[in-house]
Design a protein around this ligand. Structure first.
Ligand SMILES: Cc1cc2nc3c(=O)[nH]c(=O)nc-3n(C[C@H](O)[C@H](O)[C@H](O)COP(=O)(O)OP(=O)(O)OC[C@H]3O[C@@H](n4cnc5c(N)ncnc54)[C@H](O)[C@@H]3O)c2cc1C
Length: 556
């Protein structure tokens, strides 16, 4: 528990030990070592709930560590986390199950003509494990004196009613049974009070979204999401050498988009070289897909079977797997205080994916997450005596940083594709800044009765997938997944769409039991939260379970 044990009070409370939250903790302890900084993280261990590609643009990390830990490059941890520098960068277009075209020249041309797509270059970046990166950053934060508490989930933010000032955060109760009754081991979730609250919960943060509502922050455009599923595969030395270390491949087209004849979904596949003969293979699909029987894992199966990918991974062993959402709405979906435009309010600031700082022209958010942590720390340090100015100052610093430049440059991209579909939207988005801000529907509203034509022959094996994510929760606790109105499932969703949550949930949480759709296996949940964003009737809510539950990623 935080430093001041009697009062549970800290100077700065950070919710979420991802790259954003930990960067804030490291920078704060570097520039204001006397401040007590506490980070709460719902995962049982650092890195357990962090899943990413992950191509890392390392400049913000270098900036952070250069001042925090001089000589950091020589540490064993740095050499381990940053072992894979990218020296081969491919962008492929896949057509059907067999054909592939390297379209890297198009990105290079776009770069020459200063078009948005020209940002999609990765040479000189690192291919990292975000779990390892997070663990390393957490260790540094602890060594600098921050208190990093794993297994502690936050469920709400407490605001002072008269001033709207955030006074602290309430943690999740532990030790309730399935019906919500207190068990002998019951521990009430404490309130940690703080002078500053930093929300760094990643995509679709529960506390963040509650804060946005309570503090009346506004988004100019709906937040859009995508779901990414990923496997880490140990391949043979021959396959690894054929793929080559230091190589990353981004693929468009099959199996989620074929021009004119369809399907027509936004996203693509990734194949990244890791270390020690491991290759990451993933599929990221915009959650505005319209096919009611679509599951991103089916697309991953097809992608793995494409001739271009198969030769590198066939016969390999999946050693880890997982799923997570990405916020894709970009610049216009950043939640802001209407009067000041601040990203947060008063003494509460919003960072990283919780704010939506993913540059969709690169599908990268790690560097912005770390940068936002740095800016938040600077803002807090400057407003120590005036905490209610923190969010305004943070936003000024973000606006002057590379985060704002990038987010602005990509401002219309995702909305244009959402509005017109990949075929027209992709070429149209070249006109980026010249286009108006298109109004787009929420992802869940896009669902139709159309089927996904490229269903693989075999159902994806979700049990093996969740086993590879090593996910689990204490069984005797209230379900953290709620179907708001089961009548809607029975009378509308099942007859019209055939209960898509059963198909699209990557962890197989939902099942039909005695003719009723239920979150029957909450213990399998991977915390991706796709269900609450893709249920076609907006009829599912995800809340944070007891701390310590969920996936246990080690190398994602
Ligand atoms: C499949 C996929 C591929 C990607 N590829 C890339 C890439 O190649 N390059 C790139 O730059 N970016 C990539 N991204 C995006 C990148 O991963 C994110 O932008 C980045 O992780 C954001 O960092 P964050 O700290 O804001 O959030 P996160 O990394 O999500 O960390 C948030 C932390 O907060 C914790 N938390 C959440 N809620 C609570 C709570 N209520 N209480 C306590 N703890 C809580 C979570 O457990 C988690 O540890 C990818 C994302 C995905 C899903």
């Amino acid at each position: 528990m935080p430093n001041d044990k009697e009062h549970n009070k800290v100077s700065v409370l950070i919710v979420g030990a991802g790259p954003a939250g930990l960067a804030a903790a490291i920078q704060l302890k570097t520039i204001k070592p006397q401040l007590d900084v506490c980070v709460v993280e719902k995962g049982a261990d650092l890195g357990n709930h962090n899943l990413s590609g992950a191509v890392l643009e390392a400049e913000p990390l270098h900036t952070l560590l250069d001042s925090a830990v001089p000589g950091w490059e020589d540490s064993d941890a740095a050499k381990d986390v940053l072992a894979s520098k990218i020296d081969k960068d491919n962008i492929m277009f896949l057509l059907g199950k067999k054909l592939s075209f390297n379209i890297f020249f198009a990105v290079k041309l776009a770069k020459i003509f200063h078009l948005g797509f020209g940002q999609m270059l990765h040479k000189g970046d690192y291919s990292v494990s975000i779990s390892k990166l997070t663990k390393w950053m957490g260790q540094i934060a602890k060594e600098l004196g921050a208190e990093v508490l794993t297994g502690f989930a936050a469920e709400d933010i407490i605001l002072d009613e008269s001033s709207d000032k955030a006074t602290g955060v309430k943690l999740v109760d532990q030790g309730l049974d399935k019906e919500g009754n207190k068990q002998p081991n019951f521990v009430e979730g404490e309130v940690i009070e703080a002078d500053f609250v930093v929300l760094a919960e990643g995509c679709d943060g529960l506390v963040t979204e509650k804060f946005i509502e309570k503090a009346n922050l506004q988004r100019k455009s709906n937040q859009l999401y995508s779901l990414g599923v990923k496997e880490l595969i140990k391949v043979s030395p021959e396959q690894y050498n054929k793929f080559t270390s230091g190589r990353v491949v981004h693929a468009m087209g099959y199996p989620i988009w074929t021009p004119v004849i369809g399907p027509g979904m936004f996203g693509g596949g990734i194949v990244y070289a890791g270390v020690q003969e491991h290759i990451s293979v993933g599929m990221i699909v915009g959650a505005d897909w319209k096919y009611c029987d679509f599951n991103v894992q089916d697309a991953l199966t097809n992608f793995k079977n494409h001739r271009f990918v198969k030769k590198f991974i066939d016969g390999g062993t999946v050693v880890e797997a997982g799923a997570k959402m990405i916020p894709e709405g970009g610049f216009y979906a950043i939640p802001r205080e209407p009067e000041t435009g601040s990203i947060g309010k008063g003494n509460c600031v919003i960072l990283g994916d919780s704010a939506g700082f993913v540059n969709m022209l690169k599908i990268k958010g790690l560097h912005n997450a770390i940068d936002s942590g740095i800016q938040a720390a600077e803002a807090i340090a400057e407003t120590i005596d005036n905490p209610e100015r923190a969010a305004v100052r943070y936003t000024e610093l973000v606006d002057r940083s590379n985060i704002a430049r990038e987010m602005y440059s990509a401002r219309n991209f995702r909305q244009t594709v959402a509005k017109f579909g990949p075929l027209q939207g992709m070429p149209l988005s070249v006109f980026g800044g010249l286009l108006p801000k298109f109004k787009v529907e929420e992802d869940y509203e896009a669902m139709t009765i159309a089927p996904y034509r490229l269903k693989p022959n075999q159902n994806f094996d979700k049990d093996t997938f969740t086993a590879m994510a090593a996910t689990g929760h204490r069984e005797e606790q209230p379900s953290h997944l709620t179907i708001l109105d089961s009548d809607i499932c029975k009378t509308k969703c099942t007859p019209i769409f055939n209960s898509p949550c059963i198909t699209f949930c990557p962890a197989g949480v939902y099942e039909t039991i005695h003719d009723e759709v239920k979150p029957a296996n909450p213990s399998n949940c991977l915390h991706c939260k796709t269900c609450q964003r893709k249920c076609p009737f907006d009829n599912i809510r995800w809340t944070v379970p007891e701390g310590g539950g969920g996936p246990r990623y080690k190398r994602m």
